[in-house]
Design a protein around this ligand. Structure first.
Ligand code: HEC
Ligand code: HEC
Ligand code: HEC
Ligand code: HEC
Length: 269
């Protein structure tokens, strides 16, 4: 073996490592964009970039938040100064007796709770987009354009409806017991992915839920999976592609999914 070649080879490895690190960086680092609601489809004021927007209302946050007389909690879970009228719909949720969900261990909360109730207040298509609890001292329905009949979410993919059985489960607690039982399913070959906690600093978040698994609440006060675990309703740098996702985009969901679902043969970070 030629010893003189060794340093060169190490240099090559070092360069390769740097290149690989640079290539991997955009997929592993949290999204670097600043929050800018006004540039997203969630800017429902007249200045909004989407088709669904107000006819004259200029304020952006009012569709979801109010500084006064806000809805302060959903079944005991604190929510941020909420203003949008909540839905009273009853949902069909993923059910482990359904063959599609045969490997599911959790029983999702029905109706969903916490942040998921907030998203569903517009996205289940049963409450008018402009319907708010407090604007200028009372409940009002802000006049909108681009909505479906009755001021509701227009038909299409953003209107989830009330059958959530074809969607990722929400309002499910994530705790040590669930992680252990999922690993058990790994060992019997029932699933290919174990469950892991999103690590601190990850964009993906566990959010409060009243639901439990094995009568135990979600890990510490970190909670479980809600719509807002995967989505940040305030940040969507590339509308139609980034889909308000906390990491990745609709064409690249791997970094999102693998935050919580890690190969059975792998180890949690
Ligand atoms: C389309 C609905 C919607 C709009 C519009 C909206 N928000 Fe929110 N906001 C939410 C939801 C849902 C949550 C809870 C989930 C979460 O924390 O991501 C939230 C949480 C928050 C929180 C607490 C959590 C945090 O990230 O700090 C603050 C503060 C906030 N919003 C401020 C604002 C401001 C300021 C605006 C206007 C510029 C705004 N929001 C517009 C839906 C909205
Ligand atoms: C486990 C992660 C995850 C959870 C939880 C989740 N979503 Fe999503 N969502 C995604 C991903 C990934 C996409 C983009 C890919 C796609 O459209 O299927 C998406 C897309 C969407 C879209 C856009 C559909 C379209 O094509 O226009 C809406 C609206 C949406 N989600 C709302 C919700 C709501 C409301 C909840 C809670 C009831 C929720 N999501 C929970 C991951 C999630
Ligand atoms: C006040 C009503 C309202 C609330 C609350 C709300 N949304 Fe939306 N959302 C909308 C509207 C309106 C659109 C645009 C629909 C369209 O263009 O057809 C939209 C679009 C989206 C899209 C599609 C983005 C795209 O580029 O196509 C996603 C994803 C989404 N919302 C997720 C969420 C999630 C997750 C929450 C809760 C954290 C939430 N929304 C809360 C009204 C709302
Ligand atoms: C915040 C953590 C989290 C994220 C992110 C996440 N999941 Fe999940 N997922 C869960 C939990 C918790 C369950 C419930 C497991 C159970 O009860 O057996 C689950 C269940 C599932 C299941 C049922 C099978 C199983 O192993 O339980 C599938 C399939 C699934 N998720 C796919 C996805 C996909 C695809 C994505 C990315 C779009 C994703 N998940 C993102 C936490 C997450």
């Amino acid at each position: 073996m030629n010893r003189l070649l060794l340093p060169k080879r190490y240099l090559m490895y070092a360069l390769l490592l740097i290149v690989l690190t640079l290539l991997a960086a955009p997929y592993t680092l949290p999204r670097a964009y600043a929050t800018n609601v006004s540039a997203t489809k969630h800017n429902l004021s007249i200045s909004g970039p989407g088709l669904v927007k107000a006819i004259s209302e200029t304020r952006i946050c009012v569709f979801c938040h109010t500084p006064h007389n806000a809805v302060s909690d959903v079944a005991g879970i604190n929510i941020p100064l909420w203003n949008h009228t909540l839905s009273s719909a009853v949902y069909t949720v993923p059910d482990k007796t359904n063959p599609q969900w045969a490997v599911l261990l959790s029983t999702p909360q029905n109706p969903p709770d916490g942040d998921s109730k907030l998203c569903l207040s517009c996205h289940d298509g049963t409450v008018a987009i402009g319907s708010v609890v407090n604007l200028g001292g009372g409940a009002i329905t802000i006049s909108m354009q681009g909505t479906g009949a009755g001021g509701l979410m227009p038909a299409g993919a953003a209107n989830l409806g009330t059958d959530l059985s074809g969607h990722h489960p929400v309002s499910i607690a994530v705790n040590n017991s669930l992680l252990t039982d999922k690993l058990q399913q790994c060992s019997t070959g029932v699933v290919s992915f174990q469950l892991c906690y999103p690590t601190t600093g990850q964009p993906v978040k566990l959010r409060p839920t009243n639901n439990t698994y094995n009568a135990l609440p979600g890990a510490g006060n970190k909670g479980g999976v809600q719509c807002s675990s995967c989505h940040d309703p305030h940040t969507d740098p590339n509308p139609g592609t980034t889909m308000f996702l906390r990491v990745g985009d609709k064409n690249n969901t791997t970094p999102l999914c693998t935050t919580c679902h890690v190969d059975c043969s792998g180890t949690c970070p």
